[in-house]
Design a protein around this ligand. Structure first.
Ligand code: F6R
Length: 358
């Protein structure tokens, strides 16, 4: 049932404030409730495929910044073949919407018995991955039908963020007051997500122009860099337009050669500690006549939006939560561009919802 929406994807994007509120009610009923104690763990390895892997990539920034806990991230199809160094002082975390992705399941089997604990961050509670780990943490996104993962991504991020905060508190690097402040911010997130849904209109207005592009670049820095990768993945899988995500600072090491007046460059730039750096990378693009779409908040657009091709205004958001909020424009850009191109949004060619073969 599409609930009055044209596609499951549109419905699932719109559901994000509500399902995140469910996850918040589950993990933060009052304080922070998570059945894991990070006091004695030295290192985490986060393993997943596709969009779930990008959630892990964001989480690496969170665990390292907030909890000072070293994190490795792996694509599941690479993990077991590179024969990773694993130890009992380390935990392995497997992130999967379906819980049936063959490579992720094989990675779990490879790690089991070699690490201190295996953990799943999973949507389907009865899945193989949920059953085979020591601790399964539900993301509570509800059934996701659209092949492109949307609400599962934001709920994966939510659970990973709660884990990072728990780790920080357990390891004594985040005091009670700082934790409480972060939890208050998280409780306000569904409201901000609702506000961010209003970008659907300006995004839809851009879609015809984006649909004509041959190549599109997404740029971001810090924890927003994986969002650039996710925006590019969504766009290519749904609209079949070639897209790539880069860390903005990496542009001058090669990809800037691609820039000309035909390549839209989408800059995801919440006003965080790296905003000025992102803006200077963006100006390098504009100096080469790149067509920049800047996605930032009101002040960010006022400070840096003047010569951009287009701008999209987002609500202001605490830096920690920006990856969750900026998932919305990334998803909507792919959705509306695909509609403008007339592709099958809920069932893109060559893709399956659950990849159960290696
Ligand atoms: C992209 C997408 C895929 C999945 C990937 C992992 O929109 O949906 O990249 O994220 O196939 O699937 P799960 O999370 O079920 O293991």
């Amino acid at each position: 049932d599409k609930g009055g929406f044209r596609h499951f994807m549109a419905k699932e994007i719109a559901e994000q404030p509500a399902v995140l509120a469910d996850a918040i009610a589950h993990y933060l009923p009052d304080g922070l409730h998570l059945p894991l104690d990070f006091s004695d763990v030295d290192r985490l390895t986060l393993v997943a495929c596709g969009t779930a892997h990008y959630a892990c990539h964001v989480a690496k920034y969170w665990f390292e910044q907030i909890a000072r806990l070293p994190v490795e991230i792996d694509i599941a199809s690479e993990f077991r073949y590179r024969d990773p160094v694993l130890s009992p002082r380390q935990w392995a975390v497997f992130v999967s919407q379906s819980g049936e992705t063959a490579d992720t399941l094989a990675a779990l089997r490879h790690a089991s018995g070699k690490v201190g604990k295996t953990v799943a961050v999973v949507n389907v509670a009865t899945s193989s991955i949920a059953r085979d780990v020591d601790v399964a943490l539900p993301i509570l996104a509800g059934v996701e039908v659209g092949v492109a993962s949307t609400k599962a991504f934001s709920c994966q991020l939510m659970v990973l963020l709660v884990m990072a905060l728990k780790a920080a508190h357990d390891r004594g690097v985040l005091d009670d007051a700082a934790l409480a402040a972060h939890l208050a911010d998280i409780r306000a997130l569904p409201g901000l997500m609702n506000q961010a849904m209003t970008v659907a209109q300006p995004v839809a207005a851009l879609a015809d122009d984006l649909a004509e592009a041959q190549d599109i670049l997404f740029l971001g820095r810090g924890p927003i860099y994986p969002l650039a990768l996710e925006g590019a993945l969504k766009l290519k899988e749904l609209s079949y337009i070639h897209a790539e995500g880069y860390a903005s600072g990496e542009l001058k090491h090669g990809p800037i050669a691609l820039i000309d007046a035909h390549v839209p460059v989408i800059v995801l730039a919440p006003r965080d500690a790296l905003f000025e750096k992102t803006v200077s990378n963006m100006q390098e693009v504009m100096a080469r006549h790149g067509r920049v779409l800047l996605i930032s908040d009101e002040r960010g657009i006022r400070e840096a939006g003047a010569d951009c091709w287009r701008t999209i205004r987002m609500p202001e958001v605490p830096a920690l939560l920006a990856p969750l909020l900026y998932a919305i424009p990334a998803q909507l850009l792919a959705y509306h561009t695909a509609i403008a191109k007339g592709t099958d949004v809920d069932q893109p060619r060559n893709l399956a919802k659950s990849v159960t073969v290696e």
